[in-house]
Write a protein that binds this ligand. Sequence first.
Ligand SMILES: Cc1cc2nc3c(=O)[nH]c(=O)nc-3n(C[C@H](O)[C@H](O)[C@H](O)COP(=O)(O)OP(=O)(O)OC[C@H]3O[C@@H](n4cnc5c(N)ncnc54)[C@H](O)[C@@H]3O)c2cc1C
Length: 322
Amino acid sequence: MEKVGILIEFKDDKIKKTNYGVITLARQQGCELYALVLNGNAAACKEQLQQYGIKKIIDIASKEGPLQWHPVKWARAVVAAMDHFGINTLCGLTSAQGKELLPRIAADLDAPLVMDCTDVVLNERAAKKSQFSGKTVATIKVNGNHFIFGIRPNAIEKQPDPCEAEVIPFQTTVDKEALVVKEIKLQTHTGIDLTEADIIISGGRGMQKPENFAILFECAQVIGAAVGASRAAVDAGWAPHSMQVGQTGATVSPKVYIACGISGSVQHFAGMKTAGLIVAVNTDPEANITKNCDYYIVADLFEIVPILSRQLKLVVGENQLT
Ligand SMILES: Cc1cc2nc3c(=O)[nH]c(=O)nc-3n(C[C@H](O)[C@H](O)[C@H](O)COP(=O)(O)OP(=O)(O)OC[C@H]3O[C@@H](n4cnc5c(N)ncnc54)[C@H](O)[C@@H]3O)c2cc1C
């Protein structure tokens, strides 16, 4: 049975739920799964990981204890664990951290790497990913002794399959590195992580000014959504880059994407095309986004969004009562 390593990612010491989609992908293909945990939280996350069919959790640490975040050291530690446990294939998330780590691991192993996969057939070494701003889907087949795949967050639906997991400690030697992480500055981020969100409500140039994003945050709070932005809104300084969706921003795959005052450029679509349901609010009945959305509301967003928030509040309130 093929041994597949799953690089587990955390946010604020909690497992990112998008890991479960990656685990589901590999588990459904009959692979022997090894969850690789590097932040010292292996024992604490046993309960959650075993719900998704993980039987082996590798607690990777140095002789001195848990490894502090350091892309080069973490990459080497993962390579050492893969070597020790005979793992040939590694799957992780195409997230900010995944983009730091997976290419380094691939380089250390001289292994082929495919990032932003929306599907992978592991025994055929074949990955699907969208190309040219989402215009085509490519199937990429790779050869080699090791294989590294970065999966697009939320691209695969998570499905539980409970089992009993064991935590296996693995110690590795960490060399001194020329690259030193002196400081980690976390950007203050309001609410839910874009790539983790099931629902995203985004604003574009139609928002007109930064204060107007407040109506999106209000609506987002009602339904537990994350707030995104188009590049036009980010370039205007109305929202931070961490909120940008698109080719040069975050690639997201929520269940629902609500675009407010966004025209639907190819570059914006490149980042949200795989959303389950796309709703657009735009005053222009012929905006490009009409061609690619499921529901289109031709109206002023400043009228529609507050109504949407009010109506959703009622629905959410009723559901809480029942
Ligand atoms: C290399 C490259 C990379 C890029 N990367 C990205 C990227 O990652 N993400 C991204 O988004 N863009 C990206 N862009 C920019 C992209 O081409 C567009 O310029 C951008 O997406 C436009 O943003 P927008 O839809 O908010 O603005 P616009 O195209 O100006 O659209 C604004 C829309 O708001 C509507 N509107 C105005 N007022 C209201 C109102 N009151 N109510 C409802 N609707 C209203 C208008 O009808 C219009 O359709 C990139 C471009 C390049 C060249």
